[in-house]
Design a protein around this ligand. Structure first.
Ligand SMILES: O=C(O)[C@H](O)[C@@H](O)[C@H](O)[C@H](O)COP(=O)(O)O
Length: 260
C-alpha cells in the first residue's frame, strides 16, 4: 500500500493560553468542515494535559456554535483501570470536556474496563471495525486502515505518543489497529493504544505540546530526529494524510532554531 505523508505545519504561540485559544478555533473549524462534508466528526483524544488545552472549546462561542450531536469520541490510548479511576483518560476527558458539551453518549467509545489489557485491546479493535462496517468510519484509500477525522495528541519527554514508547515493541506494530502494553514506562503500566498505521491514517493530527520540560524533545523531534541514545522518538513517525499541525507554546519551542 502506498504511503503518503500530508502537510506538516509548526505553529508557535507566546503562551499556553494562546495555544488553547488557537486549538479551540482549529478544532471548531474542522468540526464545521467535516460535518458539512460527511455529516459527522470523529475525534480521537489523548490523556495528559491535552484535555486542559481543550478548555476554550467548551466556552463561548464554540460551546454554542459547534454541532456536538455529530461528534464521535475515541481515545488514542487508555489506561486499563476502572472508568471512574483517577488514572482513567475517560474520566479525565469526562470531567474536563465531555460533561460540558452534549455529545450523544452512544457516540463516546470508552474501553471495556472489565477486560484485561489484551481483552480491552481486542474489544476496542472489534468496535472500531464494527464502525467501519456500519460506515461511521471510512477506510483510508492509502493505508486501508480506519480513517479518523482528527487526532489530538500529546507527547512525553521521551517522545512517546499515545502509549507507543521508544523502547517498547508496540511502536513497531503494523498489522493490528489496537495493541496493549503491561509495562508502560509512564505509569500506570497497563494500557491499550492505537497503532501507528491507525494514527497515521487520520486526516488531521494536532500535536499539542506546551511547557519548557518538553523543549529538548521538541528540538529532537522537529530538528535532528535522533535522541541521545540514537533511538528515533516515536513522535518522529507521526504523520497525517491531510495535515499534521504542531501547536507549541514559547517554552516548548524554546530550543528550536529560530529559522524553524
Ligand atoms: O495516556 C497518556 O498518558 C497520554 O495519552 C500520553 O500519551 C500523553 O499524551 C503524553 O504522555 C503527554 O502527556 P502530558 O500531556 O501530560 O505531558
Amino acid at each position: 500500500m502506498a504511503t503518503q505523508k500530508g502537510k506538516k505545519t509548526v505553529l508557535k504561540f507566546d503562551s499556553e493560553e494562546d495555544v488553547a485559544n488557537a486549538l479551540a478555533k482549529y478544532t471548531a473549524d474542522l468540526s464545521d468542515k467535516f460535518i458539512k462534508d460527511k455529516g459527522s466528526f470523529t475525534v480521537v483524544l489523548s490523556g495528559g494535559t491535552l484535555i486542559d488545552s481543550m478548555r476554550k472549546l467548551v466556552e463561548k462561542p464554540y460551546k454554542d456554535s459547534v454541532d456536538w450531536s455529530k461528534w464521535w469520541i475515541f481515545w488514542v490510548d487508555e489506561r486499563v483501570v476502572p472508568l471512574d479511576h483517577g488514572d482513567s483518560n475517560y474520566k479525565l476527558a469526562s470531567d474536563g470536556f465531555l460533561s460540558k458539551v452534549p455529545i450523544p453518549s452512544s457516540n463516546i467509545y470508552a474501553i471495556n474496563d472489565k477486560e484485561s489489557p489484551e481483552g480491552a485491546a481486542t474489544d476496542y479493535e472489534a468496535r472500531v471495525k464494527q464502525l467501519v462496517e456500519s460506515k461511521v468510519l471510512p477506510l483510508s484509500a492509502i493505508s486501508g486502515f480506519p480513517k479518523f477525522d482528527l487526532m489530538l495528541l500529546g507527547m512525553g519527554p521521551d517522545g512517546h505518543v499515545a502509549s507507543l514508547f521508544p523502547t517498547r515493541s508496540q511502536r513497531h506494530e503494523k498489522e493490528g489497529l489496537v495493541t496493549f502494553i503491561t509495562d508502560s514506562p509512564k505509569p500506570p503500566p497497563p494500557r491499550i493504544t492505537f497503532t501507528f498505521p491507525v494514527i497515521n491514517s487520520a486526516s488531521e493530527i494536532a500535536m499539542v505540546i506546551t511547557g519548557a520540560e518538553l523543549a529538548n524533545i521538541v528540538d529532537v523531534v522537529l530538528g535532528s530526529g535522533l535522541a541521545a541514545d540514537g533511538i528515533p522518538p516515536p513522535a518522529t513517525e507521526v504523520s497525517a494524510e491531510e495535515e499534521l499541525t504542531w501547536f507549541l507554546d514559547k517554552d516548548a519551542a524554546s530550543k528550536l532554531e529560530t529559522s524553524e
